[in-house]
Write a protein that binds this ligand. Structure first.
Ligand code: GLC
Length: 441
């Protein structure tokens, strides 16, 4: 049974209330007990519609985890329940830059903060907006500078990620391909060959909340675990990490979000009459020029790029559509991308937008980022489409997203083919962005 608009709104607010932890929100009970960076940004975008003070707190809370070098960690940790995500595992204190009193992870996540600040700002009076922007700007600026200084060591204008979790699309096919085409660590290979990987199922937490086939394989999980340990061993020092980083990718989703975030940062600075440092302006210009390196003219797609070789990783994913959100593509290219969106073999399914094209060998309707439609990626694609004037396509994505949530509730993700839900229930960004969609519809 479908909910009415009023019931849908009440359901979404109830989910955010349930996941509220005072000044910040967990993504969902059980599997996700910490504060996540881009989750909180999406959450604030929903909260602003009915509690703009709380929306501001959600973002201010993120700054408590900021490292002194500017990094915003993907997680601010609550004392551990999940071993792999516990403060004892990440041991952020091995880096001299981590905060003394707040345990965090040692990696970042897509830079949605500027967008969230501006969206929340839209709901404030001029004076309130200025003071909120003033509160957030130093942290935002330090974060963008960190991304350029530490993650663009060759000054190419493209930011490099050192762990797939930084992409926000944890097991997206380009990252999995990148991982599989590099040798697995010896101990993981031994475990794989002996079949001992099945034992890992007993200690994994994610497969207790979602069906095993919908998450990473045990071998992939172990490989990521090993990568996480390596980062910790190197004290999260990017100059050391990037020296030996065969997996590292210039991720198309991340760089698209960063491009847009840079434009929004300029808008924020302008509002509060702050002069943006010259080196940041130069970096932004360089990014605009470099963005073309992600483009594959032969089939009209954008791909992530290997940091090591500079080659495109020609493995399809929703990332190909994200430059629309960046606002960096020409009208001609936008048209080509919209064709992929309509193409029934790629993204043109009944419940858009599949996170992996339907004709990909990776595609599975219920496997995490390898097929399902997620409400946050729908929000990003719809936002980009709208700004390029593709209103019908944007409205269709919004309509079908609302249909999914009003039928099934605030689930984590949905099959793009028949809309069936999967993952965890009462998922915060599904709730928050549904509220935002309701206000756009
Ligand atoms: C998963 C998702 C990531 C999200 C996190 C918390 O790791 O892949 O994007 O931020 O869960 O919801």
């Amino acid at each position: 049974m479908r909910m009415t608009q009023e019931e849908l709104l009440a359901t979404c607010k109830a989910v955010l209330q349930k996941n509220n932890r005072g000044n910040w929100t967990i993504p969902a009970g059980g599997l996700y007990p910490h504060q996540w960076l881009w989750d909180s940004c999406f959450i604030a975008i929903g909260l602003r519609h009915y509690d703009v003070d709380r929306a501001q707190q959600e973002l201010i809370s993120l700054l408590r985890g900021q490292w002194s070098n500017g990094m915003l960690p993907n997680m601010i940790l609550t004392q551990g329940i999940l071993k792999q995500h516990s403060p004892e595992f990440w041991r952020s204190h091995v880096s001299p830059y981590s905060p003394d009193d707040v345990p965090t992870s040692g990696i970042t996540q897509p830079p949605m903060l500027a967008e969230a600040i501006v969206r929340v700002g839209e709901k404030l009076t001029k004076t309130e907006r200025r003071s909120f922007y003033q509160r957030m700007y130093p942290g935002l600026l330090a974060y963008h500078n960190w991304l350029y200084n530490e993650r663009d060591p060759r000054k190419e204008g493209l930011v490099t990620l050192v762990h797939p979790w930084e992409s926000g699309l944890d097991n997206t096919p380009p990252w999995m391909h990148q991982m599989h085409s590099h040798a697995l660590p010896l101990w993981v290979r031994i475990i794989d060959r002996t079949g001992l990987d099945n034992l890992v199922t007993f200690v994994r937490k994610d497969t207790r909340y979602a069906l095993p086939g919908e998450r990473l394989s045990n071998v992939d999980s172990l490989t990521l675990y090993s990568l996480q340990r390596k980062l910790r061993r190197l004290h999260y020092d990017n100059s050391r990490v990037l020296k030996k980083a065969p997996f590292a990718l210039q991720d198309i989703v991340f760089n698209s979000i960063f491009m847009r975030a840079n434009y929004l940062l300029l808008e924020i600075a302008n509002t509060i009459k702050q002069k943006v440092p010259d080196d940041l302006m130069q970096n932004i210009k360089r990014s605009e020029e470099a963005f073309d390196k992600f483009w594959e003219a032969y089939n009209g797609q954008y791909y992530s790029r290997s940091f090591e070789t500079g080659k495109l990783v020609r493995v399809g994913s929703i990332g190909t559509l994200m430059p629309l959100y960046a606002g960096i593509v020409t009208e001609e290219r936008a048209e080509l991308l919209v064709r992929h969106l309509h193409d029934k073999n790629m993204f043109g399914s009944q419940f858009p937008v599949a996170t992996t094209p339907l004709n990909s060998s990776y595609f599975h309707p219920h496997t995490y980022w390898q097929g399902p439609a997620w409400i946050n990626t729908n929000w990003l694609v719809a936002d980009g489409l709208r700004r390029y004037g593709y209103k019908d396509e944007a409205n269709w994505i919004i309509k079908q997203s609302l249909e999914l949530v009003s039928k099934h509730g605030c689930e984590e993700y949905f099959s793009p083919i028949d809309g069936s839900p999967a993952g965890v229930k009462n998922f915060s960004w599904t709730a928050a962005l549904t509220i935002d969609f309701l206000n756009q519809a």
